[in-house]
Design a protein around this ligand. Structure first.
Ligand code: FE
Ligand code: MN
Length: 349
């Protein structure tokens, strides 16, 4: 809704009829998407569309054979797989709920909202992935979907993220004061930087490493697609956070930056605990201390991305992870199925 009492401000931008203000902006019409004020948001939307995939396209046949064979997987491998299915199965809906219920109402810019809707759809695909895994591997859904309550290292991660969002889930919450904008940014950091940007990455590296050893390649391929989506979610989230800070520089105080950095370091500790718990003895090519180094390496990248100083300064023990992230679908190294939605606009029915 446009607030007609406010004259359109000329802030010197290209679209001088639209006042900049990515959140809580009463001077823009959220239904009027053109011209774009934040073209980067539109770019992320297009990248998301180009990466389209669905869970059922990925064959689980080899995974089913391996999972059901008596001696195909070690107990430690099974534990690692179950811990990750348990964490991700509920974490995906937690993220989706936060986007729709907490972020969307306050982000009034139309191209950002278009991206948030796309992201919400992708979270539905991710949720579907874990339904598909449970169905195909005949897992006990009560066991998997209760792991966020029964496995302490999973529970601690989820509770940590939920705790960060308490104030903005108040129905009367408004991003109208610097203090509340800070709370909102803190929530976005909780979900985009910590949940999607750090808490997902020990799981990604564990399952993709297993896939590189030619084990559970269906789950591995699905995690590869999820990771590609998540890396765009994290980038969108970081640009959203950085833009809010740029437009409200008074919130980015030394104290607030310190709180954010310390919160991220607490999250890194929880993720390291989780990695040690999922992988108590190490399996082929993978030990929990190297996974923990990877988590620290990733956390430094997240800190940098939102303009904070790095803390850990470690090398990535898994340089192949960054290569996987850039793989386009047809170059997937197991060549299980070749499909690509980016067809240059030509659709064949
Ligand atoms: Fe997701
Ligand atoms: Mn996501």
């Amino acid at each position: 809704m446009t607030d007609s009492t406010q004259p359109p401000a000329n802030d010197g931008s290209l679209n001088s009829n639209k006042k900049k203000g990515i959140i809580n902006n009463s001077s823009i019409d959220p239904n009027k998407i053109l011209p774009f004020t934040y073209p980067w948001a539109r770019e992320y939307y297009k990248q998301g569309v180009a990466n389209n995939w669905t869970a059922e396209e990925v064959s689980m046949q080899r995974d089913i054979e391996l999972w059901k064979s008596e001696d195909g997987l070690s107990d430690d491998e099974r534990r690692m797989i179950l811990w990750n299915l348990g964490f991700f199965s509920t974490a995906e809906s937690l993220t989706a709920n936060n986007i729709v219920l907490a972020a969307y109402p306050h982000v009034t810019n139309p191209e950002c909202r278009q991206y948030l809707l796309r992201q919400a759809f992708e979270e539905a695909i991710h949720t579907d992935t874990f339904i598909y895994c449970c169905d195909t591997l005949s897992l006990d859904p009560d066991e998997i979907y209760n792991m966020y309550l029964t496995v302490p290292t999973v529970k601690e991660k989820d509770e940590f993220v939920v705790k960060l969002t308490q104030s903005i889930f108040d129905p009367n919450f408004k991003t109208d004061t610097p203090e509340n904008i800070q709370k909102f940014v803190f929530d976005l950091i909780g979900f985009y930087i910590i949940m999607e940007g750090i808490f997902f990455y020990a799981g990604f590296v564990m399952l993709l490493s297993l896939m590189r050893n030619n084990r559970m390649v269906g789950i591995g391929e699905q995690f590869q697609y999820i990771m590609r989506d998540e890396s765009i979610h994290v980038n969108f989230g970081a640009d959203l956070i950085n833009t809010i800070v740029e437009e409200n520089p008074e919130i980015w105080t030394p104290e607030f930056k310190k709180t954010v950095s310390e919160t991220i370091q607490e999250a890194v500790q929880l993720e390291c605990n989780y990695a040690a718990d999922a992988l108590p003895r190490g399996i082929l090519g993978l030990r929990s201390d190297t996974v923990q180094d990877y988590v620290k390496y990733i956390a430094d990248r997240r800190l940098e991305r939102i303009g904070l100083e790095t803390v850990y300064n470690v090398e990535s023990p898994f340089p192949w992870m960054s290569e996987i992230m850039d793989l386009s679908k047809e170059k997937n190294f197991f060549e299980t199925r070749v499909t690509e939605y980016q067809t240059g606009g030509s659709l064949e029915w």
